[in-house]
Design a protein around this ligand. Structure first.
Ligand SMILES: [Zn+2]
Length: 232
């Protein structure tokens, strides 16, 4: 169901701005040809034998989940792409990945694994906050919470690979939580194949996965709140 046409607020337009200089810098390296990763683990793409990581505006390619890749994923999962090794063009291999490959050969180490995540503590009280749809543009969904939740959401972080669920299906990824306005805004990158569902949503909170986290809460997931099916 399409949303009614409306003017995008300046706040929303801010999120849609594309970084032109960065785009220009990546030119001349060869066209980016993203492919589906061989697998995903908690949302993070995992490489197949012939695949490498590239950054949307980067000049390197990566053969492992190195610190550079991990940092980029934390900053903005959308900027991290997977491509075939044969399509890296003029991009150069990341020095950290080079070091990693040498170390791996030396120790005959097996495949590089993501750090296992600790089991989270039980959810904090008031762990579910209702959300309403503010707009959808260019695959970005904007959901607002009531201002009574602002203080709680100010203490909430968005960790990497935080999912948006519709009917239990993963339809997108939460990329940002903005508490600068009275009604805090959750920004969600929709999966390109997902069909947008208008209606109520909710955000589920939990304790952060990292003990060193700066904020006491983190977003567990955002979900479409299913309407109750009438009994047959
Ligand atoms: Zn690397």
């Amino acid at each position: 169901m399409p949303l009614p046409k409306r003017q995008l607020s300046p706040l929303i337009r801010k999120y849609l701005r594309v970084s032109r200089p960065a785009q220009a810098a990546a030119r001349g390296l060869g066209e980016l040809k993203p492919v589906e990763p061989a697998a995903r683990r908690e949302g993070a793409p995992l490489l197949g034998d012939d695949q490498v990581y590239v950054m949307k505006y980067g000049t390197d390619f990566h053969t492992a989940w190195c610190q550079v890749v991990a940092d980029n994923w934390d900053r903005g999962p959308r900027g991290l792409l997977v491509t075939l090794f044969v399509d890296v063009g003029a991009r150069t291999r990341c020095t950290e990945c080079n070091r990693h490959a040498k170390a791996a050969r030396a120790s005959a180490a097996q495949e590089y694994h993501l750090q296992p995540r600790p089991t989270p503590d039980p959810a904090p009280p008031d762990a579910v906050i209702p959300l309403k749809v503010m707009g959808l543009a260019h695959g970005i969904l904007f959901l607002a919470a009531g201002q009574e939740y602002r203080e709680r959401l100010k203490e909430t972080a968005v960790e990497r690979a935080t999912p948006l669920y519709v009917d239990g299906r993963r339809d997108g990824m939460v990329v940002r939580l903005d508490c600068a306005r009275d009604e805090p805004l959750l920004v969600v990158q929709m999966d390109p194949r997902a069909t947008f569902r208008n209606g109520p949503y909710q955000v589920r909170l939990r304790h952060p996965l990292r003990r060193s986290a700066a904020k006491p809460y983190a977003v567990e997931s955002v979900e479409s709140v299913e309407s109750v099916e009438p009994a047959p």
